[in-house]
Design a protein around this ligand. Structure first.
Ligand SMILES: NC(=O)c1ccc[n+]([C@@H]2O[C@H](COP(=O)([O-])OP(=O)(O)OC[C@H]3O[C@@H](n4cnc5c(N)ncnc54)[C@H](OP(=O)(O)O)[C@@H]3O)[C@@H](O)[C@H]2O)c1
Ligand SMILES: *[C@@H]1O[C@H](CO)[C@@H](O)[C@H](O)[C@H]1NC(C)=O
Ligand SMILES: *[C@@H]1O[C@H](CO)[C@@H](O)[C@H](O)[C@H]1NC(C)=O
Ligand SMILES: *[C@@H]1O[C@H](CO)[C@@H](O)[C@H](O)[C@H]1NC(C)=O
Ligand SMILES: *[C@@H]1O[C@H](CO)[C@@H](O)[C@H](O)[C@H]1NC(C)=O
Length: 317
């Protein structure tokens, strides 16, 4: 009996220490930058870290566009943000990242209603989706996590260039590190070995690198990031034994949504990071590129391949 208590005590102490350790390495964005007069677009802003990012921008006085697929969820988020910040300049626009038509419609609305965009956070994403193809014929997860952000970013790029210092922030993931079987010729196919998510997130990173190159000489800069490990809806779809494992890992290692939004916020507002255009961030600081993203030719190849798939040979530039 005594031994059991000791074992239990040790486990609890280890968990408590682990939590303390994770808290101690979690960094908050300390920037005081005011966003009065700025226009920020956050995709997937109704929940998770997207919501916390939008909330922070609202507190800083920005006009915030919540780009979401579900009107009622988005309106509820808008109501909560206005209530908490007293900032009335919060608007809902519908975009479903599983459909290029929806993305095009969204971009057109942006062009009609906004004269510029200062911050675009490509945050919408999923973790585990059915292995099926979209109406546009692409693997669902790849389209939601990558192709549609590629399209959206390119379609609103002119609006971003009209900003005095536009920023594009791509929410990627450390999972991109695990994409060592990534094959550029197979981005329009379902990935083997449960690597779908890792592949989509590596694409986010590579894309950011190439966009940064294309943006040289403009006032727009772009960053990709790993937000941390956060308990959000994104893991809801995991099933079976993996679910149990995930629950344990999440309970032990995850940080809050507010903490998870900090690197989004940092890359969107922090001053002086423009010299890191195209690079990858984690815990509110620049990190070394992952091995999977270090082939210097891959970003351009991926860009060209994606452009063909997404624009069907129409060059957006
Ligand atoms: N949580 C983590 O530990 C973690 C780690 C690394 C990276 N990330 C990345 O962080 C980003 C945000 O994730 P989260 O953890 O905050 O997840 P979340 O709470 O599930 O939020 C994801 C957001 O994306 C939206 N979304 C999903 N599919 C969409 C579609 N087809 N069209 C438009 N919007 C869509 C969701 O809308 P609905 O509410 O309508 O579903 C939701 O607003 C993702 O890019 C994810 O890859 C998360
Ligand atoms: C939007 O979300 C609400 C609440 O979760 C849900 O009841 C509704 O079916 C969703 N609508 C669509 C179009 O997916
Ligand atoms: C879970 O999977 C279903 C079916 O593929 C999808 O409609 C839903 O958006 C997924 N939920 C999340 C949180 O990814
Ligand atoms: C992120 O990176 C590039 C440029 O930064 C952009 O065109 C792309 O659509 C963005 N989104 C994702 C999710 O990769
Ligand atoms: C799946 O993973 C195994 C073990 O890592 C590897 O040998 C195999 O080549 C992978 N399959 C594909 C299709 O990449």
């Amino acid at each position: 009996m005594g031994a059991l208590k000791i074992i239990l005590g040790v486990i609890l102490a280890v968990v408590a220490l682990l939590k303390l350790y994770i808290k101690s390495i979690t960094r908050m964005c300390k920037s005081q930058v005011c966003l009065e007069g700025k226009i920020a677009v956050v995709t997937g802003a109704n929940t998770g870290i997207g919501y916390e990012t939008a909330l922070d921008f609202a507190k800083r006085g920005a006009k915030v566009i919540l780009a979401c697929r579900n009107k009622s969820k988005a309106e509820e988020a808008r109501r909560k943000i206005i209530q908490e910040t007293q900032n009335e300049k919060i608007f809902v626009r519908i975009v479903d990242m599983a459909s290029f038509d929806s993305v095009r419609k969204f971009a057109k609305e942006m062009e009609e209603t906004e004269d510029h965009i200062d911050i675009l956070v490509n945050n919408a994403g999923a973790y585990a989706l059915e292995k099926k193809r979209t109406v546009d014929g692409h693997p669902l997860l790849m389209q939601v996590n990558y192709f549609s952000s590629f399209l959206l970013t390119n379609l609103v790029l002119d609006l971003l260039k009209k900003s005095t210092a536009g920023r594009i922030v791509n929410v990627s993931s450390m999972a991109g590190k695990r994409a060592d079987q990534f094959d550029i010729n197979k981005i329009d196919e379902f990935a083997p070995n449960n690597s779908d998510y890792a592949f989509t997130k590596l694409c986010n990173i590579l894309f950011t690198i190439e966009l940064a190159k294309k943006l040289r000489g403009t006032k727009v800069t772009t960053y990709s990031l790993h937000p941390g490990f956060i308990e959000t809806d994104i893991f809801n779809n995991i099933t079976g034994l993996r679910k149990l494992l995930f629950i344990i890992i999440i309970k032990l290692f995850s940080i809050t949504c507010e903490e998870g939004a900090q690197t989004n916020i940092y890359c969107s507002v922090a001053k002086g990071i423009e010299k890191y255009n195209g690079e990858h961030f984690s815990c509110c600081e620049r990190v070394e590129p992952y091995k999977t993203a270090s082939d210097p030719e891959l970003p351009q190849k991926l860009w060209e391949k994606t452009e063909k798939l997404v624009f069907k040979h129409k060059n957006p530039f």
